[in-house]
Write a protein that binds this ligand. Structure first.
Ligand SMILES: Cc1ncc(COP(=O)(O)O)c(C=O)c1O
Length: 397
């Protein structure tokens, strides 16, 4: 006999949830996107997701392996063939040498790499210093792993560079790790060679682990990306997180990897083997193909992002919006302070009046209030539509 669902007016049992979870602010971005999904005919520069479909030969290879019956679990670390391809890629592309047997773990996106890195590294109360505005998951992931998130704010006036002296001054005996992301979501700022060297030097002097989220490593436009573990003293203390979502246009496959010293990878694998067992084999097979072809479409996609970057920044400047030139990733983070609206009000009006979705900067923490994040993972026509919409709205203010 089916059990009838309870009446909507029946009192609900009082439930308790994890207190850290309950203390976290809900994602302002989610809240905003609920509004976007309720609206129709929207041009969105909101989501940090490539507008390209995964290259066909990658999809085809995944279909082929599936047809041949590759539907099983894999080793916790991931298919050895994929780890070998990742090792080759890291060496050829970023001058990094990792042992595919012990130093690379295939994860379910960088998101999961971040989660298990925090869970493997932190004891209750350990501090992790990270820079804000930042990717929305950092503070929650640190906190949910029992850590104490400590943020340093980066500012538009400083071109979103991290004040490394200030960062060093935040270190206490409880500090366990530095979490960095470059090129950065949402600011588009990246690290120069000198900044990388200084971060590594600070970590070494204070015996800290670096968790380096380099998911946008392929997307640097003005200078080559410098991987953190290449810096003197950094390799033995860095967990490098990267993946396929952005540069390879593979967000939905949920596939990424962590590379680091064998003891850290072993600790992360221990969490992973209980939490996940293995990343989906179909996605691992797709990733093998993406790397085997070093995917030939990537440079072309990056060049298109580069052109869009100039179009969006120049377009905004031309209508009087202050915007720095992002050095990497696919986000512009213009300043809207002078229009006298909060970033949320600006975005809600833009959405309602002009059908353009961009994300309130307040959702990224730090001094994100007063900014909006515009992802240029959208076609030129859409970027143009968004800029004209902003222009009309600003003129009405
Ligand atoms: C900085 C940063 N790290 C990690 C992620 C998550 O990446 P993945 O899709 O590999 O989980 C994102 C996605 O937007 C991001 O911007």
């Amino acid at each position: 006999m089916p059990v009838p669902s309870p009446s909507p007016t029946a009192p609900r049992p009082k439930r308790e949830f994890n207190q850290t979870l309950m203390s976290l602010a809900p994602s302002a971005i989610r809240e905003f996107f609920d509004l976007v999904t309720e609206s129709e005919g929207i041009v969105s520069l909101g989501v940090g997701e490539p507008d390209f479909v995964t290259p066909w030969d990658v999809r085809e290879h995944a279909i082929y392996t599936l047809e041949r019956g590759a539907t099983s679990y894999t080793s916790n670390l991931g298919l050895l063939e994929l780890r070998r391809e990742i090792a080759k890629y890291l060496e050829e592309r970023f001058d990094l040498v990792y042992d595919p047997r012990t130093e690379i773990l295939v994860t379910v996106g960088v998101s999961q790499g971040l989660d298990i890195a925090m869970r493997a590294l932190l004891n209750p109360g350990d501090q992790v210093i990270y820079h804000e505005p930042c990717y929305v998951a950092y503070r929650p992931m640190i906190a949910l792993a029992g850590g104490d998130p400590v943020s340093i704010t980066v500012r538009y006036e400083d071109n979103f560079r991290i004040d490394l002296e200030k960062l060093e001054s935040l270190i206490t005996p409880r500090t366990r790790a530095l979490l960095v992301n470059y090129p950065c979501n949402p600011t588009g700022a990246t690290f120069s060679a000198e900044e990388c060297r200084r971060v590594a030097d600070i970590a070494e002097r204070h015996d800290l682990t670096i968790v380096s989220d380099e998911v946008y490593a392929e997307m640097t436009y003005d200078q080559p990306h410098i991987a953190m573990p290449t810096q003197p003293g950094a390799r033995e203390r860095t967990v490098l997180l990267n993946g396929f979502s952005k540069a390879f246009a593979m967000t939905g496959w949920r596939i990424g990897f962590a590379a680091g010293p064998a003891d850290i990878v072993a600790a992360m694998t221990k969490v992973f083997q209980f939490a996940m067992l293995s990343a989906p084999i179909m996605s691992q097979n797709a990733a093998i193909e993406a790397l085997r072809r070093r995917h030939k479409d990537v440079p072309e996609m990056i060049e298109i992002y580069n052109q869009r970057r100039r179009v969006i920044v120049e377009g905004m400047r031309a209508i009087g919006i202050d915007c720095h030139m992002p050095e990497g990733a696919f986000y512009a983070f213009p300043c809207i302070r002078k229009f006298g609206l909060s970033s949320k009000d600006f975005c809600v009006r833009l959405l309602k009046e002009e059908k353009v979705a961009v994300v309130p900067g307040s959702g990224f923490g730090g001094e994100g209030e007063g900014f909006i994040r515009c992802a240029y993972a959208a076609g030129f026509d859409e970027i143009e539509f968004a800029i004209r919409g902003m222009e009309r709205m600003i003129n009405r203010l």
